[in-house]
Design a protein around this ligand. Structure first.
Ligand SMILES: Cc1cc2nc3c(=O)[nH]c(=O)nc-3n(C[C@H](O)[C@H](O)[C@H](O)COP(=O)(O)OP(=O)(O)OC[C@H]3O[C@@H](n4cnc5c(N)ncnc54)[C@H](O)[C@@H]3O)c2cc1C
Length: 443
């Protein structure tokens, strides 16, 4: 990134984030105003920024840290996801989620590093976010899906990871539906209420962190006293800036950085009555991802709502349209009805979209771009665990530490350059369409 930068795209309300809506009203936001100096400024209050700000404050308790977020913390993408802290290989652009043995093992180690960090904060701070270490199911709905699971299972064996096969009856006992023909259970995944986690992480920051919400950074430039960040209400000069803006960092002009803002969508049902929950059967909380990465993710939440996620759309403008949301809702309803015919009166109450930050080769941006400017960007669909790790580790790197994790992240691939628009748009949209079409029954 150049030493002078304008933040061209900012988050907008893409649908209604159900996770946020079902929480109690938030405390009032503190917006940034005035002219201040901080030793560190972290831009972006998603999971990556929240972990970066906390880690900076933990390791440098005498320093001043500002965390600035354009939206409310928990309402933007990190609070909009399906809440899976995935530990296993999860390259959503590859068949069977995996890369090579060495790369898969390194990914697992990094993802667990992130999960362990956040879990320890949740426990120490007593953050109420329905954190569960209950693992996840990978469900198949036909032979194609079962073949994909076999391939995934072989990959897990190669890296010595535990898993368990469930036949049609066993997965029905968990989910209450006979929709799935078989599944793999992987024990290492944790799940959360994502908006509650993000709010909780922000609320429990160490004393030397100031959190500013509804405070978009408009410009960033290098000045005499350090990096200068411009806001609607003033300026911050900072010794060091860490950018954790994920998809909002994608550039498409003369110097495209290979980051692809690809939206995905979720819906949350209304609460089931106890009679409806009884008609569904199964256990009262489970989390399932599809055998085909383009299929439907489903969670039953302990409070008796169901969350479904599917559908992808390349939206370089970082905004979805009302028709994108209508299409997503109708796909979600169809997926819900196919899985839960016994719940035909249970409406989907909230539908929303959010931007993943993908790249053609699953590469990401990590490290320093110039003196005093750092970045940890590019979640590739796995932001909860990978973002936690890269946020923690970029803070260590910015403080001059060097360890196994900093080396691993510095070595990772850069995002592959894209062709110019509109060729890039056509190529990405066609690839998504084709993959979704192939996912067929898994939707
Ligand atoms: C429906 C859905 C389901 C998903 N499911 C999962 C899942 O189960 N597990 C998983 O790991 N991932 C999932 N994801 C992806 C996950 O949400 C992202 O990977 C994660 O949010 C990335 O975290 P981050 O902190 O890097 O970026 P973000 O969460 O995108 O945070 C970046 C922040 O920067 C802020 N920002 C941008 N520009 C500025 C600016 N100029 N000034 C100030 N702030 C700015 C944004 O408002 C945003 O809050 C899902 C995503 C969606 C949409």
């Amino acid at each position: 990134m150049a030493s002078k930068f304008e933040f061209a795209r900012l988050p907008v309300a893409d649908g209604v984030n159900g996770w946020w809506e079902i929480l109690p009203p938030p405390s009032e936001a503190t917006c940034f105003q005035g002219n201040r100096h901080f030793d560190f400024v972290v831009v972006g209050g998603g999971i990556t920024g929240l972990c970066a700000a906390r880690r900076l404050a933990e390791l440098a308790p005498e320093s001043s840290v500002a965390l600035v977020e354009a939206d409310r913390i928990g309402r933007s993408t990190a609070g909009r996801n399906s809440g899976f802290f995935v530990d296993l290989p999860h390259d959503i652009s590859s068949e069977g989620y995996s890369k090579s043995v060495e790369a898969d093992k390194a990914d697992v180690q990094m993802q667990r590093h992130g999960i362990d960090y956040v879990r320890s904060i949740v426990r120490e701070q007593g953050i109420e976010c329905d954190w569960r270490d209950d693992g996840k199911y990978h469900g198949a709905v036909n032979k194609r899906g079962k073949d994909a699971l076999k391939h995934f299972a072989e990959g897990l064996k190669r890296i010595d990871e535990q898993f368990e096969w469930l036949d049609v009856g066993a997965i029905a006992k968990v989910t209450g539906t006979s929709f799935y023909h078989g599944a793999i259970f992987a024990p290492g995944c944790s799940t959360v209420q994502p908006a509650a986690l993000m709010r909780g992480l922000a609320r429990t920051m160490p004393k030397n962190v100031e959190v500013f919400e509804l405070s978009p950074v408009r410009k960033l430039a290098r000045g005499a006293g350090g990096q200068v960040l411009s806001f609607d209400g003033g300026q911050i000069t900072a010794g060091k800036v860490v950018l954790c803006t994920n998809a909002y960092a994608a550039t498409f002009g003369g110097n495209p950085n290979g980051l692809l803002p690809v939206y995905t969508f979720a819906s949350l049902s209304r609460k089931m009555t106890s009679a409806e929950a009884k008609a569904l059967g199964g256990i009262n909380s489970w989390a399932l991802i599809p055998a085909d990465p383009m299929g439907t993710t489903v969670r039953r939440l302990g409070n008796d709502r169901i969350c479904v996620r599917n559908h992808f759309a390349f939206r370089p403008g970082l905004q979805v349209s009302p028709s994108d949301l209508r299409k997503a809702k109708s796909l979600h309803q169809r997926s819900f009805d196919r899985r839960f015919p016994m719940l035909n009166d249970v409406a989907l109450e909230y539908t929303w979209g959010g931007a993943l930050c993908l790249s053609a080769n699953s590469g990401a941006l990590f490290g320093a771009t110039e003196e005093g400017l750092y970045q940890a960007i590019g979640c590739n669909g796995l932001g909860l665990s990978r973002g936690s790790a890269s946020g923690k580790v970029i803070a260590e790197y910015a403080l001059g530490m060097s360890n196994e994790m900093t080396s691993q992240l510095l070595k990772q691939m850069q995002p592959k350059p894209l062709p110019m628009r509109p060729i890039a748009d056509m190529a990405v949209s066609t690839a998504i369409w084709f993959k979704e079409f192939s996912a067929g029954a898994e939707l």
